[in-house]
Design a protein around this ligand. Structure first.
Ligand code: EPU
Length: 422
């Protein structure tokens, strides 16, 4: 296990290339199971979650090729084993995305229940209930979901009681291959869901309403994709870089963005006092920090609301704002684990249930801290960059799951950050 040692406060300057989106790449890679021929991807980020996904696909019988420098991945979907074992799914919850494609293409799947995780219980009951409505027999035994199609997959009317991103993605895989029409109400509108739906449409799927809460899918035959699929830019990585620029008070320019997917995040940063210019049709963001920041009230919500995956980063930034801010975490019940670590650096934050009250401005002092989950890791690195003295962030394997070489990118911008083995 590695740690990061950061000497702060950091002075950064330069241009950052934002990588391909993790949460878009994962469902698109699992979609390869639906096809008979090779599927090729471009702009795949170099992350542990991608390693885990490709390793899972190989365990299931696929052949994979990954040119890490160019970001090109090919998957030959020669499935022989319709099982996603616990050993893989426990490393990466998104392994649950094997369920939909296996059921859709082969009529059977055995997928480990992901179990809990640091940010909450994260059950998958909505995925299971939706499959049952579409003609799938599902039994949960010995920690595994056993799904079998006894007759045929049929379209159905599905309502998700809460918006679920991977639940919507699993449903899309199944509905495009089912007989008849599926009407999905309270669908996730996240850009990653839209990217998956658009890809399936490019292969012949009939889907309408993508990006809205009501999605209609008509079952049809899919044809293998004719050309490589490019993974869209990572809106959460871009948002993390904006928080880094604003917190360190160093102007940065971000390349390869899609600002149209970042409206709520950009609006929050602008309300705090940041200047963010959207150039070249929103693919380039020019960030100009302010001397003083205004406090904010933020509530996380499904897209287009403020993303829970940006909560830890903005909460850290709000420690620098003049006055009291509040952050409400509405998606996950335990996503404030980073607060206790930030307190070790001097943050004045009180947590009451799902609400964090932040008193600012404070000056962070370096200390040893520990990463608890992916986005928490990013906020701790951010805090280390603005702390006076040495901050050691341990357990940064969480960070490597979802940020492509964050420490390398930071070093290139001038940060004093080193990776050491624990
Ligand atoms: N939920 C249920 N039952 C279900 C499904 C969801 O109760 O069957 C609840 C969850 O417990 C949670 C809420 O519904 O309280 C929303 O969960 P969702 O299913 O949307 O989360 P997810 O699909 O497991 C994806 C991202 C997460 C991101 C969330 C919310 C991927 C691979 N993961 O998770 O990303 O936080 O949506 O936007 O797309 C991250 O990248 O750091 C990350 C955690």
């Amino acid at each position: 296990m590695d740690s990061l040692i950061i000497e702060g406060p950091s002075k950064l300057s330069g241009i950052v290339d934002v990588s391909g989106s993790k949460n878009s790449a994962l469902p698109l890679l699992f979609a390869s199971i639906l096809f008979d021929e090779k599927v090729t991807y471009e702009n795949i980020p170099r992350l542990w979650d991608i390693e885990s996904t490709l390793s899972l696909l190989r365990i299931m019988g696929c052949e994979t090729e990954w040119d890490k420098e160019s970001g090109r991945v090919s998957v030959f979907p020669s499935i022989t084993q319709k099982e996603a074992p616990y050993e893989q799914v426990k490393k990466m919850r998104a392994g649950i995305l094997a369920l939909g494609p296996l059921v859709a293409k082969y009529g059977e799947a055995k997928v480990s229940l992901p179990g809990g995780c640091a940010i909450g219980a994260r059950p998958v009951n909505y995925h299971i209930e939706a499959l049952k409505k579409m003609g799938v027999t599902v039994e949960v035994e010995e920690g595994y979901i056993h799904a079998t199609v006894k007759n045929k997959l049929v379209g159905a009317e599905i309502f998700f009681p809460e918006v679920t991103v991977t639940g919507t993605e699993n449903l899309l895989y199944v509905a495009v291959m089912a007989e008849g029409t599926t009407l999905l109400q309270n669908a996730a509108c996240e850009p990653e869901v839209v990217a998956l739906g658009e890809f399936l449409k490019s292969c012949g799927a009939k889907i309408s309403g993508l990006g809205t809460q009501t999605v209609t899918i008509q079952g049809s035959k899919l044809k293998s994709p004719a050309k490589p699929i490019a993974i869209p830019p990572d809106r959460i990585e871009a948002g993390t870089w904006i928080s880094i620029s604003l917190a360190t008070r160093c102007p940065l320019e971000l390349n390869h963005c899609d600002s149209s997917q970042m409206t709520s995040v950009l609006s929050a940063f602008r309300k705090m006092g940041a200047k963010i210019e959207e150039l070249n049709q929103g693919t380039i963001l020019k960030i100009t920090p302010a001397d003083k920041y205004l406090p904010l009230h933020i509530e996380t919500a499904p897209y287009p609301g403020f993303p829970t995956d940006m909560q830890a980063q903005i909460l850290t930034l709000l420690c620098l704002a003049e006055g009291r801010s509040t952050v409400v975490e509405s998606i996950f019940e335990n996503r404030f684990m980073h607060v206790a670590e930030l307190q070790r650096l001097g943050a004045k934050i009180e947590v009451n249930g799902s609400i964090a009250s932040i008193e600012g401005p404070i000056k962070f002092q370096g200390a040893p801290i520990m990463a608890t989950d992916l986005r928490a890791s990013a906020c701790l690195v951010l805090a280390g960059l603005i702390s006076k003295g040495t901050t050691r962030v341990s357990r940064i394997y969480h960070l490597d799951r979802g940020y492509q070489r964050l420490d390398e990118k930071l070093r290139r911008l001038g940060a004093k950050i080193t990776r050491v083995a624990e």
